[in-house]
Design a protein around this ligand. Structure first.
Ligand SMILES: Nc1nc2c(ncn2[C@@H]2O[C@H](COP(=O)(O)OP(=O)(O)O)[C@@H](O)[C@H]2O)c(=O)[nH]1
Ligand SMILES: [Mg+2]
Length: 360
């Protein structure tokens, strides 16, 4: 999974990127419009930590998310976003939009005042414009082709592009429009930004941490889209916490009334928004977390591990994480009848521990 970090300059994108990916990319004014940073984040999972404790395996493998921290968006270009930004966001599955709530005399806001709702609307306008430019460029190209004889396929694409053009001109993001499976297939390659799910992160000041949930609910209500989730953090404080030892960090978080590091919440929000769940494989050699779409059946989950496991899928032995941990061992699960054998139609659940039987 790849997520693009998107926002106005000096909103705290790179600070958040560093937190998520444990990097030390340059932050602040000089870097705010520079090229993209790329990094990988290990997805924290307390359940995998526990499996590791039980098995003491040779290897423990967490799932990962790739993050691209793009240069700050500059408002008002006629052609939408710069080609650098567009290229960086090309393969992203979702966008993490950072909007600034923190006030600071040392860090000027490009709009000279603090207003997360306005910033979301500026960023949305830039995304709408970029998508509109893509649609119009495509329509111009189709118009040239129309001088000759054109296929039904091109005609269908033209109709669809005209429909999208009308939607974008009404300033409606494509993610909020109902599209058929066919239409989605046609437009997939265009990488429209307003089609991508959004995780909006409000970067609060230290004094606003306690109001974070209220600020997030307010913004959620004003955006009002099932494909947009809003969460919050104070990037600067979390950055300081990340430099502490685990014990110190826990204490510091508790003092501030923060239940868990914000990065864990952001990753969980991303999984929920993208409809993803985790399942596990375990043993003495390796304990490992995997990611699959909610609703996926057992062979599809097997295919995430290896294509051979999907191709030669016979059955899956399944125990839920909770049952495994409460029983204490696989033998105990077997005795108690907690281990089930499932076929091709089994829908994998979050926290399932799978053992795939296959034959190729
Ligand atoms: N006071 C305060 N400053 C912050 C916070 N988050 C980031 N900053 C500062 O704002 C500046 C810009 O941050 P940066 O991550 O580089 O923003 P970017 O341009 O969006 O990548 C840096 O000097 C950060 O130290 C915050 O939560 N509070
Ligand atoms: Mg930056």
């Amino acid at each position: 999974m790849e997520i693009g970090i998107f926002g106005l300059p000096l909103s705290g994108k790179t600070t958040l990127f560093n937190l998520l990916t444990n990097s030390s990319a340059e932050t602040g004014f000089a870097s705010s419009k520079k090229k993209a940073n790329m990094g990988i984040s290990k997805v924290p999972d307390a359940r995998l930590d526990e499996l590791k404790r039980i098995w003491s395996p040779k290897k423990t493998t967490y799932t990962t998310v790739n993050y691209v921290d793009v240069a700050g968006v500059e408002k008002g270009g006629e052609k939408g976003l710069s080609s650098d930004v567009m290229t960086s966001l090309k393969n992203t599955d979702a966008l993490l939009v950072v909007v600034r709530q923190f006030a600071s005399d040392m860090v000027p806001h490009p709009e000279e005042s603090i207003d997360p709702k306005r910033d979301v609307s500026i960023l949305t306008s830039e995304m709408l414009l970029s998508d509109l430019v893509i649609v119009e460029t495509r329509l111009e190209r189709i118009a040239k082709q129309m001088k000759g004889k054109v296929s039904d396929e091109v005609m269908r694409e033209k109709e669809l592009m005209e429909k999208l053009q009308a939607i974008l001109e009404e300033e409606r993001p494509l993610r909020d429009v109902e599209l058929s499976a066919d239409e989605i297939k046609i437009i997939k390659g265009f990488q429209f930004l307003t089609l991508k799910p959004l995780i909006v992160v409000i970067n609060t000041g230290e004094e606003d941490i306690a109001d974070g949930d209220a600020l997030a609910s307010e913004l959620t209500a004003s955006i009002n889209s099932p494909k947009v989730a809003v969460t919050h953090l104070c990037a600067e404080i979390e950055q300081e916490i990340s430099q502490l030892s685990p014990e110190e960090a826990t204490e510091f978080l508790a003092d501030l009334g923060i239940e868990e590091p914000a990065t864990a919440r952001i990753i969980r929000t991303s999984y929920e928004l993208l409809g993803l769940i985790s399942f596990f494989t375990m043993g003495e050699d390796e304990c490992r977390a995997w990611t699959v779409e909610r609703g996926a059946k057992a062979p599809r989950a097997a295919g995430v591990i290896h294509s051979d496991l999907e191709r030669g899928f016979i059955r899956a032995e399944v125990v839920s994480y909770e049952n495994f941990v409460s029983a204490g061992s696989l033998a105990a699960c077997r005795d108690k009848g907690l281990l089930s054998t499932e076929g091709k139609e089994y829908v994998v659940k979050d926290g399932d521990i799978l053992n795939i039987r296959f034959n190729v």
